[in-house]
Design a protein around this ligand. Structure first.
Ligand SMILES: Nc1ncnc2c1ncn2[C@@H]1O[C@H](COP(=O)(O)OP(=O)(O)OP(=O)(O)O)[C@@H](O)[C@H]1O
Ligand SMILES: [Mg+2]
Length: 259
């Protein structure tokens, strides 16, 4: 199961990606969590400590690795470099593991059509392709907000897009745009999760706003999630309610993706 978590800025992509990965690991799945946001913060939602992350550098900034694998200096433009660099050892060699979740920090995702034919982009593209097509484990990709990187980017290899929606027209309209991109990419499976739902009215607003996109479930607005973020902890460790609600969402996803 390979899932990309997308949605408007601030809707809760990282919170959901992190807690879903933890739930899957608790169920015995091998889990690889990919932080594809240049403003990386998936680690704390997963429950990694600063100590765990000491010395961890986002892959896009690992100059020596990029040069060793592609044969060219990062930032080199228009030069000659390998388009199919060796990447199969990277997920294990350059990740950190805690609570059964392996975390890989990309430092961004190559933007399709940005014209960046540079070595770091070639390495990341090959790596994402390898992870999404070859590796046999549950993969959760925490995406950057915005749509540009989704349009023709490397995410076309995922099994499903999971769009996070909060009660509000802006995130609903982003969800529709993402749905259209998924269709254009040939990804037929797109699911929504409501987040920060505080009332029956909120739930209705989301479900009516995105009727046509299948809703997996809703995560309530919980003070403990805000508290966890303040303290740099995973809400999964702080609140039984989060574990239960995220569990229900993942179980419905599993039924649809691996029936
Ligand atoms: N269910 C919830 N209840 C209360 N607060 C929440 C909930 N979900 C997320 N939040 C809070 O909303 C803020 C944004 O969440 P998060 O970082 O997960 O969103 P994001 O979509 O990943 O944001 P970005 O687009 O910046 O990457 C955080 O402070 C988080 O604690
Ligand atoms: Mg985020």
């Amino acid at each position: 199961m390979k899932i990309a978590v997308a949605g408007k800025g601030g809707v809760g992509k990282t919170t959901l990606a992190g807690t879903m990965a933890r739930y899957l690991a608790d169920q015995g799945y091998k889990v690889l969590a990919i932080d594809a946001d240049p403003d990386a913060n998936l680690a704390s939602a997963l429950g990694f400590t600063e100590e765990d992350l000491k010395g961890l550098i986002p892959l896009a900034r690992m100059k020596e690795l990029i040069q060793e694998r592609t044969g060219a200096q990062p930032g080199a433009f228009g030069g000659i470099f390998k388009l199919n660099p060796k990447v199969d050892d990277i997920p294990d060699a350059y990740s950190r593991t805690r609570n059964g979740v392996k975390l890989l920090v990309l430092g961004g995702i190559p933007k399709a059509g940005s014209g960046c034919f540079c070595p770091e982009s070639a390495l990341l593209k090959a790596l994402i392709h390898h992870i999404l097509v070859r590796r046999r484990e549950a993969v959760i990709v925490d995406m950057e907000a915005g749509l540009e990187h989704l349009s023709r980017g490397s995410t076309r290899w995922v099994d499903a897009f999971l769009v996070v929606v909060e009660p509000g027209q802006r995130s609903i309209s982003t969800a529709w745009q993402i749905r259209q991109m998924a269709i254009d990419l040939g990804i037929s499976r797109i699911f929504a999760v409501g987040n920060k739902v505080a009332s029956e009215g909120d739930r209705r607003l989301i479900e009516e706003g995105i009727s046509g996109i299948q809703v997996l479930g809703h995560l309530p607005f919980l003070q403990s999630i805000i508290e966890a973020d303040k303290r740099g902890l995973s809400p999964y460790d702080l609140d039984q309610r989060v574990r239960e609600e995220v569990g229900k969402i993942v179980e419905s996803l599993l039924q649809l993706v691996n029936p």
